[in-house]
Design a protein around this ligand. Structure first.
Ligand code: NAD
Length: 315
């Protein structure tokens, strides 16, 4: 299969690319710039094209003759909240560029899009959201994801594309530096102490959130890419499996893993940030994911296994 991955040099893009290449797919990474430190394990294995996702002509050329597009390029949550116009350009104009390019390529073209729990919000939201919970996003990022979900469902219904959407929980543990996601602390509270750095924690330690391990989420996205179109029914959107945890539990799990590996942990300092608290506090703490599990998406067992994977892969 010939796969184009937009946002392909980011966190999830690299994980999807590795999985696709390992099973023999050909992969083109499309991203805003060639990373200054190169493509790491993907160097020489994947084609890399630099460009802007809102450049409709270029996106059409890149997607032409592909079998599938994994559309990950996006402004993330805090960045989108800080700049509405940029979020509209990248997430909506860029999203439409991808969908129209896929449509022009033909109805066989699979488009896998990553949505987010950030589409949910409002005071009326239940603690655990299911496939029928109404999305009422309380941030611009979530709004752009909700718009894309609707577009993909309708363009699939019309037979223009073969769309699939995985709604992700907060994926942990992101390696490297923090990004501008409001949920960035969820990786930082594990990563920074493990690497001996100080973590500035913007939220309360009692706060609950729903997370997924990066291996499980990437495997789940691959399962959605491969699932027969008819198995999605009339809704191409699927909540990916997740686990509910608190920041305190994440800290305790990190301590347990560090103890097993003899790692001395960096400090965690409370640094309350009202903007981050408001965005993350509006999100649900559990996503009902039985449809994803029926489609073959795996489920994490526990936090310590997720953190062990991070130590194994990135230390
Ligand atoms: N990681 C998570 O916890 C999470 C949770 C929910 C949804 N998602 C969604 O999954 C996708 C991938 O997430 P990620 O964690 O890999 O993010 P990331 O920030 O690591 O990767 C996104 C990539 O998009 C690229 N990009 C941004 N603007 C672009 C533009 N104008 N043109 C071309 N490329 C551009 C960035 O350079 C980056 O490499 C995103 O759509 C994100 O919203 C992620």
């Amino acid at each position: 299969m010939k796969i184009v991955i937009t946002g392909g040099t980011g966190f999830l893009g690299r994980l999807i690319a590795e999985r696709a290449l390992d099973r023999g797919d050909s992969v083109t990474l499309f991203d805003i710039a060639i990373p200054p430190d190169g493509l790491g394990a993907l160097e020489g294995r994947a084609e890399m094209i630099a460009g802007d996702i809102a450049d409709t002509e270029m996106v059409a050329r890149v997607i032409e003759k592909s079998d599938a597009v994994v559309h990950l390029a996006s402004m993330v949550s805090a960045g989108s909240e800080a700049d509405f116009d940029a979020a509209m350009r990248v997430n909506i104009d860029g999203g439409r560029a991808v969908l129209e390019a896929a449509r022009a390529n033909g109805p066989h073209t699979k488009v896998l899009f990553t949505s987010s729990l950030a589409i949910f919000g409002s005071k009326a939201m239940p603690a655990c959201v299911d496939g029928m919970t109404r999305p009422v996003p309380q941030n611009t990022y979530g709004m752009t994801k909700a718009v894309m979900e609707l577009l993909i469902n309708d363009m699939s219904r019309k037979g223009f594309i073969d769309g699939r959407v995985g709604r992700l929980p907060t994926v942990i543990v992101r390696p490297g530096k923090p990004n501008t996601a409001a949920s960035s602390f969820a990786s930082g509270v594990i990563r920074e102490p493990l690497t001996g750095d100080v973590c500035k924690l913007p939220v309360a330690r009692e706060m609950q959130l729903c997370v997924g391990g990066y291996r499980t989420c990437a495997d789940g996205l691959m399962a959605l890419l491969d699932a027969p179109a008819e198995d999605f029914g009339d809704d191409r959107v699927v909540n990916l499996p997740n686990i509910t945890t608190s920041v305190n539990e994440m800290i305790a799990a990190t301590e347990a893993v560090a103890d097993r590996h003899g790692i001395s942990l960096g400090a965690i300092e409370d640094a309350p940030d009202d903007t981050i608290r408001a965005i993350v506090g509006s999100w649900p703490i559990a996503l009902e994911a039985s449809k994803a599990i029926a489609l073959g998406c795996p489920q994490d067992s526990d936090l310590e296994t997720i953190i062990e994977a991070f130590v194994e892969d990135y230390f």
